[in-house]
Design a protein around this ligand. Structure first.
Ligand SMILES: Cc1ncc(COP(=O)(O)O)c(C=O)c1O
Length: 389
């Protein structure tokens, strides 16, 4: 039904069943024109292109994102080429002249996991990691941890990258953070443009990170963060874009920062990713396609896929191996747990040799579902011949 949006990527990959879309979505054809527009605008405006981008293009993308997040605060969105830049920038706001405590989970993406482990090597930094599983009790265990002490930062995913499980009652968890000075950061990369997100109740409290190369379908290089209004943090890792617009008051010779989300900006970046992102938002708007509809479509594809594999009676890929908490509270990929990482590697390579693209995370094999899938055409019958060797 939506396959016409993706004609060029589909034609470039004939016969491929692409289940790695939760990692890198195919780009809609319209993004190709966006790249050309970026070039043409650069030629047309030359030195004035920055003014054009900051006065027209960027506000237009901010509007779309603020609408999807339901914040009504487009000026509180800032961009960076990747989420790691934001992760590090946020961490440099922490008060390093005293002991620092961070609360997170054991299921955060590498950008945060690796960076927090490196910070932990400093004598004054402690990181507490709450296991995501068992998912039924996650909220309760996380709330208990929140109640047990003061934290300088709380960092957690909206949808976990290694299971696809969505954190339920996010506002309730956020409101359980005791201290107003705790920075609350939500990694929304696997939620944004996949499952409906509503930050209206917590927009004053959370930093929300996400980006373009998964479900927003704009490719790499276009990440963003919603910054709570009135944020007074002064990141140590700061670039010249952070003093755009109206500045907040600074003491003496102190470096000043923008009053809005730009205080979390870095510096010169390639804005072509935002052109692509913008074109995808416009495409969906033109077709009146919203996240709720996209989510409904994908959930149907997931059920069709499960029905298909039921019929294959595979010992490797079946519902018993599925990591699932509540089908409705799930992101856009399904994760199957095998016996060990080697098995995942072998099965992934076997499927790849049969034109079936998936990806693995440790013991888990992940299958993502996309708007360009026709569920009735799923065919994993080759798995019947997989021996595990
Ligand atoms: C949960 C999550 N956050 C962030 C990222 C991307 O991180 P970065 O932008 O630092 O490459 C990913 C990528 O797979 C992810 O799964």
């Amino acid at each position: 039904m939506f396959q016409t949006f993706y004609r060029r990527f589909l034609e470039a990959n004939p016969g491929v069943q692409h289940f790695a879309c939760h990692s890198h979505y195919y780009w809609p054809d319209i993004t190709r024109q966006a790249m050309l527009d970026y070039w043409d605008d650069s030629a047309r405006f030359v030195d004035d292109k920055w003014d054009y981008w900051f006065s027209e293009k960027i506000p237009a993308v901010q509007q779309h994102i603020a609408r999807v997040l339901n914040t009504e605060q487009p000026e509180q969105i800032v961009f960076a080429p990747n989420t790691h830049e934001f992760v590090f920038r946020l961490m440099t706001c922490l008060p390093f002249d005293r002991p620092i405590s961070i609360l997170t989970t054991d299921s955060e993406f590498h950008s945060f996991n690796r960076q927090s482990r490196r910070f932990e090597e400093l004598a004054n930094v402690t990181v507490h990691r709450v296991p995501a599983a068992p998912f039924e009790t996650f909220n309760q265990r996380f709330e208990q941890a929140l109640a047990s002490q003061h934290y300088d930062m709380v960092f957690l995913s909206h949808v976990f990258f290694n299971s696809g499980v969505q954190v339920d009652a996010l506002p309730q968890l956020v409101n359980a953070v005791q201290d107003d000075d705790t920075m609350v950061v939500i990694d929304g990369y696997h939620a944004f443009m996949a499952v409906p997100v509503d930050l209206s109740e917590i927009k004053h409290r959370v930093f929300y990170l996400a980006g373009g190369y998964k479900y927003a379908q704009g490719g790499e290089g276009g990440c963003f963060m919603h910054v709570p209004k009135g944020s007074a943090q002064r990141p140590l890792y700061t670039g010249w874009f952070a003093e755009f617009g109206e500045l907040s008051q600074s003491k003496g010779n102190e470096v000043s920062y923008s009053k809005d989300a730009m205080r979390f900006a870095g510096s010169t970046m390639d804005f072509s990713a935002l052109y692509r992102l913008h074109s995808v938002f416009e495409l969906f708007a033109e077709h009146r396609l919203d996240v709720r509809q996209i989510d409904g479509f994908i959930k149907q594809r997931q059920q069709q896929f499960l029905t298909h594999i039921d019929g294959l009676h595979s010992p490797w890929l079946n519902r018993q191996r599925l990591i699932q908490h509540d089908a409705q509270l799930h992101g856009h990929f399904l994760a199957f747990e095998l016996d060990n990482e080697q098995q995942v590697g072998k099965l992934q390579a076997y499927l790849h040799a049969h034109n079936i693209a998936t990806d693995g995370r440790g013991k888990r094999l992940r299958f993502g579902f996309a708007l360009y899938h026709d569920g009735l055409q799923y065919d994993l019958s080759c798995i019947k011949e997989f021996s595990g060797e």
